[in-house]
Design a protein. Structure first.
Lengths: 252, 288
């Protein structure tokens, strides 16, 4: 198993002292779905936002440790964050489509990087929509405003938007929290499809989703990494009492 | 045990309260209707093509007010030329870039205080700085600059509000897709905030168009029956002309006074209605 990302002794605290991470060390494998799960406030989203340096926008008090992506420490102040964010795509909990057409939502990321060739943009639109299992539903109305899509379609559009940049890692922060079961299963199916080419890190919105999707799973509790193992192991035979209590529904 | 019967019926109290609130709200509408109706009644007869396109003569008791209309138009345009770019740039800085420190707090305090300064003080300031110190003379340039300073706080605060009302999530998404902050502002935030910014700009300019005191010492001419030749020329302007013909000229025909007032009100109200239309159309089209 190849490790795409290696997190070393990562600690993080926000200005207001809220959610934080305490000395996290974790290896994220390539071409697999790694699930970060646990009760709210455990630090899962914070960890995601470290991986593409989106935390640069937040009020961070202290951050220490290293995150290696392909052998490069991305927390180094000299890191080119624009290039990093192209390599590490992100899908948020609420589908946030940009106030423009379906097509422009997908081409936006490429255009800000200076891609002007129409053929390249068109190719990216079709490829990423197919990968996100949305192409058939929208191919005849690519110029419609993206907001007109249903919630589930919007979220798959957000996935497609990330894929259009041909990233290597995709971060998903509770991508199905606002979706109905059918849309959820569509999103999950497309994740299983795209993991063949990408490394996926998913914060699921329920333990059930974690169990369904995880190749590997990490259980977070109040900023601490309690247990990290293969999905099969952690949901059937967890070693830590706290993990067991959580996956069996005794708390959380 | 029986509950005590209330002194007043609760429904009656509610009806009384709502009626009172409705009445109070209606009272804000009454003055504007009365003013507009009266001015149309008293001055409507004076407004015709000759009045709008002619030069004043016979000590302004006869003829038209064309130089004042054109002058106010020039002053509004000149004010826009200075205050719009500066105002929008300042708003973008404050909303998108400014850290919360003593420097930006100082800027905010300055803006708040600018909007509280009486307009005549702006006039004196413009006289001192632009007319005398910078030697622009009493001119369209000096008056426009003075009006710009007065207009800036309105433009900055409304534009900043419009920028801040663009959801934060758009910015986060744009950044996460690899856009720079400036690309995010130019491609997402500014276009979304534009209707709000335009509304603010028009409201600011409308105030500038109607002001007398700031241009009194800086650019307005008492009587100049021709069009200005350049931005260094003084000009007649509607508000000042109205002040002159209502107070400085004996035996001034009433109709011309009210006709001038009517033209000024149409100019200013027209801008206001235009701003309202832009705002409501943008709201209807808004995609979030």
């Amino acid at each position: 198993m190849n490790e795409k990302i290696v997190i070393e002794n990562l600690s993080l605290q926000y200005d207001d002292g809220t959610e934080s991470l305490r000395n996290i060390s974790l290896g994220i494998p390539e071409n697999a779905i790694t699930v970060l799960f646990g009760p709210a406030g455990g630090g899962k989203s914070s960890l995601l936002r470290c991986l593409n340096r989106l935390n640069d926008l937040s009020e961070v008090k202290t951050m220490s440790g290293r995150i290696w992506l392909d052998g490069e420490n991305i927390l180094d102040p000299k890191t080119d964050v624009i290039r990093l964010r192209r390599k590490v795509g992100m899908v948020f909990a609420r589908p946030v489509v940009l106030p423009m057409s379906i097509r422009s939502n997908i081409t936006y990321g490429l255009e800000v990087m200076g891609e002007k060739r129409r053929s390249r943009l068109e190719e990216a639109v079709e490829r990423s929509l197919i990968q996100a299992a949305l192409w058939e539903e929208v191919k005849d109305r690519l110029n419609d405003p993206a907001i007109a899509l249903s919630g589930g379609q919007q979220q798959r559009l957000c996935v497609a938007r990330s894929l259009a940049l041909e990233p290597e890692v995709i971060l998903l922060d509770e991508p199905t929290s606002g979706l109905d079961p059918i849309s959820t299963s569509k999103v999950e199916a497309s994740l299983q499809e795209i993991k063949k080419n990408y490394s996926i890190i998913l914060v699921p919105h329920s333990v059930q989703q974690a169990a369904r999707t995880a190749d590997f799973a990490a259980f977070f509790l109040q900023g601490e990494l309690v247990e990290y193992a293969q999905g099969k192991t952690i949901f059937t035979a967890p070693t830590d009492k706290r993990t067991e209590d959580y996956v069996t529904g005794r708390f959380g | 045990m029986m509950t005590k019967k209330p002194l007043f019926n609760r429904n009656l109290t509610q009806k009384l309260g709502f009626s009172l609130l409705t009445l109070m709200a209606a009272m804000t509408v009454i003055p504007i209707i009365v003013v507009v109706v009266y001015i149309i009644y008293a001055g409507g007869g004076a407004v015709n093509w000759e009045f709008l396109s002619g030069l004043p003569h016979d000590g302004m008791r006869q003829g038209g007010i064309m130089p004042a209309i054109v002058g106010t138009f020039y002053l509004t345009l000149g004010t826009a030329a200075f205050s719009v770019p500066i105002g929008i740039a300042a708003a973008v800085y404050l909303s998108e870039y400014a850290p919360d420190n003593w420097w930006t707090r100082l800027i905010r305090i300055a803006i708040i205080n600018l909007s509280g300064i009486p307009s005549v003080v702006y006039g004196l300031f413009g006289l001192g700085l632009f007319v005398l110190f910078l030697k622009f003379g009493t001119s369209i340039l000096s008056a426009s600059l003075t009006l710009s300073i007065m207009t800036l706080p309105v433009i900055i605060s409304t534009s900043e509000e419009a920028l801040r009302s663009v959801p934060q999530s758009f910015r986060t998404v744009s950044i996460s897709l690899g856009a720079t902050r400036w690309q995010t502002i130019r491609r997402i935030v500014l276009p979304e905030a534009l209707p709000g910014i335009i509304t603010g700009v028009i409201l600011g300019l409308e105030r500038a168009a109607g002001e007398t005191a700031p241009i009194l010492f800086t650019g307005a001419a008492f009587f100049l029956p021709r069009l200005p030749h350049s931005i260094f020329d003084a000009t007649m302007a509607l508000p000042y002309h109205l002040f002159v013909i209502s107070t400085q000229i004996p035996e001034m025909p009433f109709q011309i006074q009210y006709g001038t007032a009517l033209v000024l009100i149409i100019f200013v109200l027209g801008m206001n209605i235009f701003a309202t239309i832009i705002r409501s159309r943008a709201r209807a089209r808004r995609q979030w």
